[in-house]
Design a protein around this ligand. Structure first.
Ligand SMILES: Nc1ncnc2c1ncn2[C@@H]1O[C@H](COP(=O)(O)OP(=O)(O)O)[C@@H](O)[C@H]1O
Ligand SMILES: [Mg+2]
Length: 232
């Protein structure tokens, strides 16, 4: 890996929701760095702001204040059009439920071809067979989601999100609906992808995800209260 800058840098990020005239502060000044090639687990009780933070990192929502720099671009101030383009070309997103990640009428290979097209790559890009192989999906390439196990579905979703590759892969509870063995397969897939240089951030209640992570960030009431990293 040649890049030394963190893939993502957040400074003083806040986000408050207005609900029926009252204000709910979901993030109250978050600072964090997500190094390229690393996995960060975001842990914390329900309602602590994990999903809100991930939506900001995935550029589907904007902070009220603070800076979010992704691959050198300050994203908080981008126009909607540029944010949509950045999201399509440089970011990957993985939801908890495979059904939210996949289209039932596309095969595994077609999901990867769609991901490639969104990122301006040809359907014949060598990344496709390489990813199918790495994700253990080569012999499932012509199957549709309902013909796949939950783990295979999540690995297909990871393939779709990871082609490009993006700078950042954002995952909200990626193993939340999987049993232990299947969750381990998904975690192994995330690790493989991180070694290709992208930053991975996953909100999780799963201790296995936190164990695998290079960095664990704990959110409480919209602030990071503890961080722990296994690299120097
Ligand atoms: N769309 C929304 N409108 C109003 N309040 C919200 C919305 N989304 C989240 N919240 C509130 O913001 C806080 C953080 O929520 P969230 O980011 O979903 O936390 P987590 O993912 O850690 O459970 C909670 O108090 C939640 O009720
Ligand atoms: Mg959440």
């Amino acid at each position: 890996m040649t890049r030394r800058e963190p893939a993502v840098d957040c400074r003083g990020v806040t986000r408050t929701y207005g609900v029926d005239g009252s204000m709910v502060p979901a993030l109250r000044g978050v600072d964090l760095r997500l190094p390229a090639g690393s996995i960060t687990a975001l842990v914390g009780p329900s309602g602590s702001g994990k999903s809100t933070l991930l939506r900001l990192l995935a550029c589907v929502d904007r902070p009220d204040s603070g800076q979010i720099t992704i691959d050198g671009v300050e994203v908080a101030g981008l126009s909607r059009t540029r944010r949509v383009r950045l999201r399509r070309t440089r970011l990957g997103f993985l939801y908890q439920s495979p059904a939210d990640n996949l289209l039932e009428y596309l095969t595994v290979r077609e999901h990867l071809e769609l991901g490639a097209a969104l990122r301006g790559l040809s359907a014949r890009d060598p990344q496709l067979p390489a990813l199918l192989d790495r994700l253990g999906l080569a012999d499932r390439a012509d199957h549709r989601p309902r013909q796949l196990s939950g783990g295979e579905q999540q690995r297909t979703a990871i393939g779709f999100a990871a082609i490009g590759p993006p700078v950042l892969l954002v995952a909200d509870e990626p193993t939340g609906q999987l049993d232990h063995t299947t969750a381990d397969e998904v975690l192994a897939a995330l690790r493989v992808l991180a070694t290709t240089g992208m930053a991975v951030v996953a909100a999780t209640h799963d201790p296995a995800v936190a164990r695998l992570a290079d960095q664990v960030l704990q959110l409480r009431d919209g602030q990071i209260v503890d961080e722990e990293s296994t690299w120097h």
